[in-house]
Each structure stands twice: as structure tokens, then as C-alpha cells.
Design a protein around this ligand. Sequence first.
Ligand SMILES: Nc1nc2c(c(=O)[nH]1)N[C@H]1C(S)=C(S)[C@@H](COP(=O)(O)O)O[C@H]1N2
Ligand SMILES: [Mo]
Length: 443
Amino acid sequence: MKRRADQPEQPNRQDIEEVAGNGLLHRRALLGKGMAAGTLLGSTLGPLATGAAAEPLTEPQWGLEIGEDTPPYQSPSKFSQKVARTLSNPKFEPRSSIARTPHHLLEGSLTPNGLHFTINHTGIPQIDPGRHKLLIHGLVKRPLVFTLDALLRYPLHSRPAFVECGGNSAPLFSPKPIQSDLQALHGLSSCAEWTGVKLSILLDECGVDSSAKWFVAEGGDAPHLMRSVPISKGMDDAMIALYQNGEPLMPGNGFPMRLLLPGWEGNLNIKFLRRIKLVTDPAMTFWESQVYTEPMPKGKSYNFTFINEVKSFITRPSPGVDLKQPGLYELSGIAYSGKGKITKVMVSADGGKSWAEAALQGPIQSKAFTRFRLPWRWNGGPAILQSRAWDDQGAFQPTRAAFVAERGQLDREPPVTAFRNHHCNVITSWAVSSSGKVSHTYA
Ligand SMILES: Nc1nc2c(c(=O)[nH]1)N[C@H]1C(S)=C(S)[C@@H](COP(=O)(O)O)O[C@H]1N2
Ligand SMILES: [Mo]
């Protein structure tokens, strides 16, 4: 019988047979009647107690007394304190400060604001929103200055978008797999729902001269970070973002306003935005000619690499999020592409010899995180877990071997943070040992 579009996929008995090597099951096996499927699979999904162990509930202290008072702004439970960013510059020396998202401890497809990764090259400016101004000038009919209040009178627009530093995943340029957690390897990428004014509306208001082919965006913090952007992106989906997951931007993410260029290299998403100048040619600023470039093996570099290409990684299990005992697990991960929507994620448990298609958690949105999941019956033997994503432009993730054949790799093992290469989107591999410990490997 054909499934109606509004009927969820239901598990079939054949779904509980392995569909790929080393215990990967059909993505339908845990959908819909998840627990029923778990029973079908002949094992329970977690430490479910039955029989004598399922005794009447006892009453812990918190159920017997009045709880704590309610703060005006909530913070996470004191038992969730490990769900935090790691800081590159905790004593705040005068250099860049980098905070990485703990993907291995999160779920879903949006990054909470307090855990969104941040890179600030000279600390976080304390900007008074009442005094901040955005100037649009250069090759326009009438230069205009916008205050936050002025921007809030334009039609607002919301969309999810990931922001990813060009340097995210750079540890995978190391000749040997760096033994660190997911946060250290891929923590410079986060996804939020952004709300703001489409840049095209403001550009139309200023009247763009036909000679303008680029604009240079400038930040209002001390480095006055400047990047050149083709005008076509400005007219497409660029946004002046004012809100992040429904609340005003976080100070570290650009309060009170930032440029959002969905799918494009993080560094171009200028925070604390104060100026947009329309010009004929790229400015070739320090950031685009020195920092965010990709040196190639023969001494050449790519000129501009705007798009963050399709990427995915398994968040659970991952290094530090180990397996306790053989049995049934749900593999969970994140996929995204700077070109559009994720169409497919394949998962392997045998280092790429065989693959099964993961379930994608909808709604699948362009240039945003898509959560994928797949049931896996771990038999307690060694396994190598991988994920590989495809986007709607037909692009897919390269193997690490194919990627380094073209782009090169470092000739020595560096410290995790010291990298001079960007835009690495290779397949990530986790080795699971027979004790259930997960480590980073190259397969
Ligand atoms: N004004 C300003 N904009 C900036 C930066 C900065 O230091 N100052 N850092 C850039 C870098 S390197 C990245 S990767 C992104 C990170 O955005 P996020 O901190 O909101 O995650 O912001 C970019 N925009
Ligand atoms: Mo960056």
C-alpha cells in the first residue's frame, strides 16, 4: 500500500535486518513506534527496568520541598555545567578569543545562543545600541545612515543559517589524526535562526549605481575587520541580523547588528557592522589576502573561497561520548551545506566499505544544520563510524585521502589551534574500540 504524505514511515520487519556492514539498520527501524521497534529488535534501547527492578518510585528530596526562586533570565541547570564552550584565551590576553560549540553534548538543529561559537579578534566591544550607526555609501545615489530604531521599521525576515569559520575542521589537515573531541575538531560552526532586514531592501533604498560590483563591509570593533563581498550576494540572501534565536544578538555574535551571508565563510559575516561601501573591485584587505586564504601544495593560493562546502559529522557517539555496552544505539549527527539543502547522508560502520542512508530530521532548510539519525546495533567489536553528506547542488563530501591529494596537508603534527589552512570538509572517522571507547582516526 502506498504511504500517504501525511503518514509517518513505519518500521517493517525487514528493517531490523542489517542494511550495511557492522550492524547498521534501516533508518525506519526506530521511526514512528520507536520503542515497539526496539522490542522487535530483540533488545531494549536503554537501561529500561522490568520485573522486580521496576519498583514503585521513591520520593527524592526535590519532590518534597519548595524549589528555588525564578530568575528573570534563565541559565541551564547546575547539572548541565559541562555543556559549555571551550575557550582559547581564558585569561584574556590581547589576541583573538575563540569559543567552540560542544556539538557532542547538544541535539537538534539549532545552537543555543550561549553556546554559539564566537571568534573575536580583539575582544567583545560593549556597544551602546542607541549610539551605534550603520552607514551605506560609495557607489550609491544617496548614502544613508541607519540606527537600530530605523532598521526596526523595515520589514523583518527570519531564517535559520549556520555560521562556520573557514578554519573549522582545520585539525584534519594534520598528517596524523589529532586526538581531541568533536568540539576541538568541528566546534567552529553553529546554527541559529536569525531575524533582521534583508540587505537588498536597504541597498534599493540607497539606489545602487550600476558600476558597483562589490561592497566592503566593516566592523565597529577595534580591528575594523573589512571584507569584500560581490554585490550579487548582497542582492540575494544577505541580511543585517538583529536577533538570534528570537532574542537580540549576543554581544559575542555582533550585538547590536551583524552582516549575515548564509552559507558563506564565517569571517565575511562582519559583526558589530558599521559600514557598507559599494565599490567596483574587491578591496583585497588583510583578512582576504593574508588570513582567510588557502595555500596550495605548489605555493599558490585560492583567491576567494566564499562558500562553506557540504559537511557532516557524527556527534553521538564521538570522542568522549563513548559506548557503555554492546546493543542498540541511535547514531546522531549534523549535516549542512553553504550551497543549499542537504539531500542525503550516508553512514558507514565499517570505515567506508558499506553504507546505509540516514533518516533526516525535517524541516530540511537551506544553508542550515540538518540533524541525521540512524539505528545501529553494536556487536561489541571494533568499528569505524563515518558520515558523508550530499547537497541539492549535487556536491558531496570528499574522503580525506582525495582532499589532501588536491589541497595538501601539514608536514608535521601541530597544536590543535595553530593552523594556516581553511575550508576542510572531509569525511570524519571515529574508531570504536571493543571496550566502547571512541577516538579520532583516518580511514
Ligand atoms: N567585527 C568583527 N566581525 C567578525 C569577527 C571579528 O573579530 N570582528 N570575526 C569573524 C570571524 S573570523 C568569524 S569565523 C565569524 C564568527 O561569527 P560568530 O562569532 O558569530 O560565530 O565572525 C566574523 N566577523
Ligand atoms: Mo573565522
